[in-house]
Design a protein around this ligand. Sequence first.
Ligand SMILES: *Cc1c(COP(=O)(O)O)cnc(C)c1O
Length: 401
Amino acid sequence: MFKYIAPSGSPINTSELLYWLVCYLLSIDKRQEIKKEIKSKYKVDNCFLFSTGRGAMTTLLSSLKQLKQDNSKYEVVIPAYTCYSVASAVINAGLKIRLCDVDPKTLSYNIEQLNDLPFDNVLCMITANLYGIPNQLNELEEIANANDIYLVDDAAQSFDASYAGRQVGTFGIAGLYSFDKGKNITSIDGGVLVTNNSQLADILENRYKLLTNVSAKHSLITALKVFIYYTFLNPFLYWLPASLPFLNLGKTRYEEKIEIQKYPAKLAPLALKQIKRSKDIMDIRVNNGLWYKLNIQENKIVTKINEFNTTKPAYLRYPLMISDPITRNTLIVNGKRYGLTVSYPKSLNMLKEIQEYIVNNNTFAGAEQISQQIITLPTQMYIKNEDRKSINNLIYNSQHS
Ligand SMILES: *Cc1c(COP(=O)(O)O)cnc(C)c1O
């Protein structure tokens, strides 16, 4: 049979689907249990559940602005290579973007450039922790403290990863997790904020009360998506959705308007089950990631990411840099059915939709290099040893053909 592997995704298993269905039909609300679970897992005092991670991020940034009570602080420092939703959240919060370059060797901030930024108007800076690989979070926290700005720890791709024994998402004043389709664990949609700062929590609480619930129609569509996701993530069926161009699977688009709503009770049972199973889900990803790390040969064309000491990556995907464009193109075409993807196709300074909101629109050589060289390999549950080997052979052969 013809296999077609999804680039990411955390498969929903049958017992989770049945549990969800029962809760759905009986209108059982598991949101309080999710909050309890997250609070004890991450040792945080406050947890807020939103319909999306970007909605959560937007609310967090508006709340930090309110907490700071200083009108001269309206810039948010973000990495010039990260998820487009982060840029959109800054803009939706009515703030401006200050970009900082990213080091292609680590996928984290270029520390030299970060230290040289003018922080006079900066409210906060946001980490990236892309593909489940933690940034140098201790150092970023120190830089934030030294410059009297807030640090927001974006762990949307790093649920269950850690840095120096501390969970990613718990650095700085507040952290973000996402339960979107392509993330470490999923309930199709969902975003989580965590913080130990009680003043910030009060502001968030007040804003949260004013939010609406997702509409009944949206809720029904999402329920359908749960069934589709459950069914079609399987490599023997994924070719079908992957071949429907209107689904835009795996395509990254910039989304201008962010809707901010409460996390729907209807999805909570799924997230709760996946949180409880997250260690098992992560172990599989980590195993696959470590296999790539051990077996893929580095050379002039292919390089891996340098992980910081003391990190435990969650390997949502496994990133590689391919410096030769022809090799990379060959890989992208031939690797598609193995779940190999290019990730974000542009650095943020090249994204024309956000130009007018960027206060320092220069070139960002590191971020641009990443956008031109990166590929990411799949690590999810459906990857078998033979698939990893095929991917490794593909990488080898595309350089030598
Ligand atoms: C996905 C993602 C977000 C936004 O989360 P959504 O739930 O998709 O809105 C924010 N930051 C990063 C790094 C992400 O990968």
